[in-house]
Design a protein around this ligand. Structure first.
Ligand code: FEO
Ligand code: CA
Ligand code: CA
Ligand code: CA
Length: 681
């Protein structure tokens, strides 16, 4: 008999309504359970988490503020098996902390008690956690040999062109070859050879330097002063948590990067410590004995995350990366080594990363108004970089360590905060979320803030809540298609895929005609299911009251925004128009984009990954109830969230301190997440 005709893939769930409930809301027919929350013990012998601020030993517990995450499968015997869907290792980034809930009476003022600083430091970094499906639900396996914490104190190898460079010399590593730890790890992804790749995002905030440090470094025009200012570290600016005040030990003193030592090369103090942060970080999820690497070839900036273009045999690999800060850039790394599919064999893992990620070229994106774009290589061979008046680059490693300055020199396009990137598993198109930009302004004329451009077209006062949230308040998603030769291309075409907005707002604001079932603001995480091709879009705090709780949407990219290329004549606040490349001929509909999840109180929806069978979706609920003052810690009635204690997970019940956590979502009928049909990848 002839094979039955394939049933086209279609979204198959009821959209979740916006709500402010302090729980995770998923569609009818789906169940969400907690897998691993802040403080859960990872090592054998670590006591259960009391969640009252008295717990210690966070280097053996799950960290805080779960962010980017990837699944690494195991077989039934616990051996690496990329297709494994019932047992695996979750790699989880712990971007930041809600400090008050880590201590019994909230975080103490400065000078910080050493015991508090130790807990806070250890609650950052990465977790590798074995999880298994048992009785139909996934649970974290305390004591597994795969469990591992990487904290801001774990020794890490500096790899690639800047390894051993004078800019990386510190008292900890006078040779400039190593550093301690990783911090503010935001998004995550998997390499084609099966390791984990995490970004280091807002690392600048954790450091401080004295009010007279500019002079100690040689004054306004000294290279290191120019670099520190460009990366946002003005002299005298306070550190985020004041760890440098916790004691004389180097593990505290290192957070103060002011010049102190006598050595001219900085090898006897921590003046260069911040140059060892801001990289893409590669770790081996299956082998905790392997040193973590910082891949300096991929540049230094506020790395949200990096995602690989579709690998092709015999071709270089490409990694797409956003620098998440207002007006920063989109970058691409292209490997010198050409992809050998035999390297997908998990035998060598992180040493395979040494082959692909330590040599290559770094590019920055420049968008043109006609829907074309160029990748500009950041190289000293470019006269604009070699002759840049703002900073004197010593060599190519200096270009990588100060990639933002090199990108300034070549006039790259300032974007509305590039967050995650995702690559469509069939077309190879690159989708980049641009979350919002309060500095994107049309007027007044002469303002130092950024004027709109076709790739970042929206600004105050177009939006209804402009008074409280100026700039591009809702964000958008831009899409790039490489020209001709895949990831190594030097040119691309682009259009805007989707504009965030509140349903019912003016047509000039709600450009994608979103409805109550799919409106959103501040897109952040984005991922394509490798099983079905469905795109998942996660949001950070939105600009509108009824979209405040962060959410997850599911869409069908093959049917969404793929109409004929058009020019949208966007009307600016002054009445003039701006031509914006789009494919608005196919705006999202109820059939192609729906809200799939709404988070608990005062949270952000962050990391997302899936089992290879497409039947379990893991999502991170970041910082529920993070808005808390020290004096309010004693009064649970003042918490903005009690999740997941109020959902029956862990100690504390309905009055619990809130905890960041990973959840697993499955369909009660065991089906694919979000869709029905046969047209799977
Ligand atoms: Fe960590 Fe840009 O979000
Ligand atoms: Ca983010
Ligand atoms: Ca964000
Ligand atoms: Ca956050």
């Amino acid at each position: 008999a002839p094979a039955p005709a394939p049933r086209p893939l279609a979204l198959s769930f009821d959209p979740v309504a916006k709500n402010l409930a302090d729980r995770v809301t998923v569609p009818p027919g789906y169940t969400a359970t907690v897998v691993c929350a802040l403080g859960d013990p990872l090592a054998a012998g670590t006591p259960a988490f009391r969640n009252d601020g008295t717990d210690t030993g966070f280097d053996q517990r799950c960290g805080d503020h779960h962010d980017g995450m990837e699944w690494f499968g195991l077989d039934a015997q616990g051996r690496p098996e990329p297709a494994g869907s019932a047992r695996g290792v979750l790699a989880i980034n712990h971007e930041a902390i809600t400090d008050h809930f880590l201590h019994a009476a909230g975080a103490s003022p400065r000078p910080r008690p050493a015991a508090e600083a130790d807990k806070e430091v250890d609650a950052h970094g990465l977790s590798f956690v074995e999880v298994r499906k048992d009785g139909g639900r996934f649970a974290c396996q305390q004591g597994s040999a795969f469990n591992r914490r990487v904290t801001p104190l774990t020794p890490i190898r500096l790899a690639g062109p800047a390894r051993g460079h004078a800019l990386l010399r510190t008292k900890f590593s006078p040779a400039g070859t190593d550093t301690r730890g990783t911090i503010n790890n935001c998004g995550g992804s998997t390499t084609p050879w099966g390791t984990y790749l995490a970004g280091e995002e807002n690392w600048v905030n954790y450091f401080t330097r004295g009010a007279a440090d500019d002079a100690a470094r040689g004054g306004d025009n000294a290279n290191s002063v120019v670099s520190l200012r460009r990366y946002g570290k003005a002299q005298g600016a306070a550190s985020r948590h004041g760890w440098e005040t916790a004691g004389a030990d180097d593990k505290y003193a290192r957070w103060d990067i002011g010049v102190k030592g006598a050595s001219a090369d900085g090898s006897d103090d921590y003046r260069n410590e911040m140059n060892t942060y801001g990289y893409m970080v590669e770790a081996d999820p299956y082998d905790r004995g392997q040193a973590v690497r910082k891949r300096t070839a991929l540049g230094r900036f506020a790395h949200e995350m990096g995602v690989f273009g579709l690998p092709a045999a015999g071709r270089p690999l490409a990694v797409y990366m956003g620098d998440d800060s207002r007006g920063e850039y989109i970058y691409k790394f292209v490997s010198d080594a050409r992809w050998d599919p035999a390297d997908a064999n998990p035998a060598n893992r992180i040493t395979t990363g040494d082959k692909y990620l330590d040599a290559g070229r770094l590019y920055v994106a420049k968008f043109a108004a006609d829907g074309s774009g160029r990748w500009i290589e950041l190289t000293l061979a470019d006269a604009l970089i070699a002759g840049f008046a703002g900073y004197r680059f010593a060599d190519q490693a200096d270009v990588l360590v100060n990639a933002r300055l090199a990108a300034d020199a070549v006039g790259a396009t300032k974007m509305d905060r590039p967050e995650w990137s995702a690559v469509h598993p069939a077309t190879g198109e690159v989708y980049v979320t641009l979350t919002n930009n309060s500095n994107r302004k049309v007027e007044p004329a002469g303002s130092s803030q950024m004027p709109v451009d076709p790739a970042n077209p929206r600004s105050y006062p177009d939006a209804p809540t402009a008074a409280s949230s100026p700039g591009n308040i809702n964000g958008h998603i831009v899409r790039l298609r490489e020209n001709g030769d895949g990831g190594a291309a030097s040119a691309f075409t682009w259009d805007i895929y989707l504009f965030g907005a509140e349903a019912g707002s003016a047509a000039n604001v709600n450009l994608s005609a979103l409805t109550a079932d799919n409106d959103f603001s501040s897109p952040d995480g984005i991922r394509f299911s490798r099983r079905t091709g469905v795109v998942f879009i996660e949001t950070d705090d939105g600009a509108y009251t009824d979209v405040t709780h962060c959410m997850l949407l599911a869409g069908l990219p093959g049917q969404l925004g793929d109409g004929t290329a058009q020019v949208l004549n966007y009307t600016k606040a002054d009445g003039s128009t701006l031509a914006v490349p789009t494919r608005v001929g196919a705006k999202p509909t109820a059939a192609t984009l729906r809200r799939f999840l709404v988070g608990p109180g005062d949270c952000e929806i962050t990391g997302i990954t899936e089992t290879p069978d497409g039947r379990t979706l893991f999502v991170n609920i970041q910082h529920p109830g993070e808005t808390i003052a020290r004096d309010d810690v004693a009064d649970p009635a003042r918490y903005l969230s009690h999740w997941p204690g109020n959902a029956g997970y862990g100690a504390g019940g309905s009055g619990a301190r809130p905890r960041s956590a990973t959840i697993a979502i499955s369909r009660d009928d065991g089906g694919l997440i979000g869709v029905d049909g046969d047209a799977v990848l």
